[in-house]
Design a protein around this ligand. Structure first.
Ligand code: NDP
Ligand code: 2IT
Length: 448
């Protein structure tokens, strides 16, 4: 789709020219600008005050060398990034991704989306993202530790509990956060909440591990209930088998759904009787092995090489929880042909623009990432609150707050879409609702 508004079309051209070779960033900006067309038509001051021009330019980009020594004594060099995208409504907040596909364009798209997602949570957090092209797969704990220590030795220069608070994302979980926290504390001699997703013995929040997957299901349940439906009795397909996928499986099952498939980057498993989550947790969280191993626990399940075929499995609810652009137009058509009712994104930007168009034009309820997976970062902000108070809440207290936040996000996205004449378009609604708060804060703070 092209932009009809002349100023936004010119801005988009500029973004493409100034950020060459970064298609994921272009894709993320294009979607937001499309959603904002009716907003700038109604409120042209967002254009005239330069809010739009400033919004697409990160406040700061840090790019650094990460040298470390592997188990064979060989020096390895990776590249590290932190993009501090927007601090209008709070300190920069967003995860760190360690994956070989990471380059500046990936971190930029993630940081840009994080601005609106964080705004939607209703909590005071700005947008940022970071990471490295380091691949934790197949590395020993010692190698991961030395890498994390080297990464933090540079990163610590720009972060801080009231400045920028990183967390996990793909390839960064409790183990990596622990190593990075230890190094930060050692270098700075400060015991502060500079990272979230910390272990429970050193300042972590209960329910942060579960939060993204749980939040995704709370959002999906809201979307379904608004149409008089629910998870009960639904067949659910979830891609990925990492942090988000595992806890989405748990919550979808608790809400009465039956999850029949999961995947990793090598392939997918199909277990029509319902996924045995203890087996998946053992394989993925404890042994760090491939999803194929699931057949050792459940011989009646099937394994198929290649991850895209997962979307050909018939289901009522599909939750993509692996990575960007994992669900394309052909996959969306297959889901629609099989009668899918709702799709909600646990991963960031997992559906291509063409896939989203297929869902929306076929009346499938579609929950975009910025809204649907915001439970993770929202609970990170609750971890920051607990750290500031030097208190900790119970699992139930955090989970209740998370649930309320997800209901609020659904309602705000739905109402914003309606207000601008795009009822049931939660993509537009999430982008608009997330944007308005940030834009007003930027306008109020002058040209900075
Ligand atoms: P994990 O590293 O725990 O798991 C990632 C999962 O996705 C793994 O199963 C992995 O398979 C699969 N995957 C990763 N890259 C690819 C790829 N290129 N192709 C196919 N499969 C892939 O990460 P998370 O579960 O934390 O993150 C998953 C998604 O959720 C990401 O998009 C992340 O940005 C998003 N997200 C995460 C939040 C969080 O709190 N953790 C919050 C909000 C969003 P394999 O093991 O084979 O690599
Ligand atoms: O994409 C995301 O929102 C995350 N990876 C979580 C960020 C956070 O700061 O908890």
């Amino acid at each position: 789709m092209s932009l009809k508004n002349k100023d936004l079309a010119e801005l988009m051209d500029k973004v493409v020219k100034r950020n060459p070779g970064e298609p994921e960033f272009h894709q993320a900006v294009q979607e937001v600008l499309e959603s904002l067309e009716p907003v700038v038509e109604k409120y042209p001051e967002y254009l005239t005050s330069g809010v739009m021009d400033r919004l697409v330019e990160p406040e700061r980009i840090l790019k650094f060398r990460v040298p470390w020594v592997d188990d064979n004594g060989k020096v390895q060099v990776n590249r590290g990034f932190r993009i501090q995208f927007n601090s209008a409504i709070g300190p920069y907040k967003g995860g760190l991704r360690f994956h070989p596909s990471v380059y500046e364009g990936i971190i930029k798209f993630l940081g840009f989306e994080q601005i609106f997602k964080n705004s939607l949570t209703g909590l005071p957090i700005g947008g940022g993202k970071g990471g490295s092209d380091f691949d934790p797969k197949g590395k020993s704990d010692g190698e991961v530790m030395r890498f994390c220590q080297s990464f933090m030795t540079e990163l610590q220069r720009v972060i801080g509990a009231d400045t920028d608070v990183p967390a996990g994302d793909i390839g960064v979980g409790g183990r990596e956060i622990g190593y990075m926290y230890g190094q930060y504390k050692r270098l700075r001699n400060e015991y502060t909440g500079v990272l979230t997703g910390k272990g429970l013995t050193y300042g972590g929040s209960l329910a942060r591990t579960e939060a993204t997957g749980y939040g995704l299901c709370y959002f999906t349940e809201e979307m379904l209930q608004d149409k008089g439906d629910s998870f009960k009795g639904k067949t659910v397909v979830i891609s990925g088998s990492g942090n988000v996928a595992i806890y989405a499986t748990q919550k979808a099952t608790q809400l009465g759904g039956k999850v029949v498939a999961l995947s990793d980057s090598n392939g997918y498993i199909h277990d029509p009787e319902g996924i045995d989550l203890d087996a998946v947790k053992q394989i993925k969280e404890v042994e760090r092995k491939r999803i194929k191993e699931y057949l050792n626990y459940r011989p009646n399940a099937t394994y198929t090489e290649g991850c895209k075929g997962i979307w050909t499995i018939p289901c009522d609810v599909a939750l993509p929880c692996a990575t960007q652009n994992e669900l394309d137009e052909a996959s969306a058509k297959a889901l629609v042909a099989n009668g899918v009712k709702a799709v909600a994104e646990g991963a960031n930007m997992p559906s291509t623009p063409e896939a989203i168009e297929v869902f929306q034009s076929n009346g499938v309820l579609f929950g975009p990432a910025k809204a649907a997976n915001a439970g993770g970062v929202a609970t990170s902000a609750l971890e920051m609150t607990q750290n500031s108070m030097r208190l900790s809440w119970t699992f139930e207290e955090v989970d209740q707050k998370l649930h309320d936040i997800m209901k609020g996000i659904y309602k705000n996205a739905r109402d914003a879409a309606k207000e601008f004449g795009m009822e049931d378009n939660f993509v537009a609604g999430a982008n608009i609702a997330g944007f308005l708060k940030v834009a007003d804060a930027m306008k109020a703070q002058g040209v900075v």
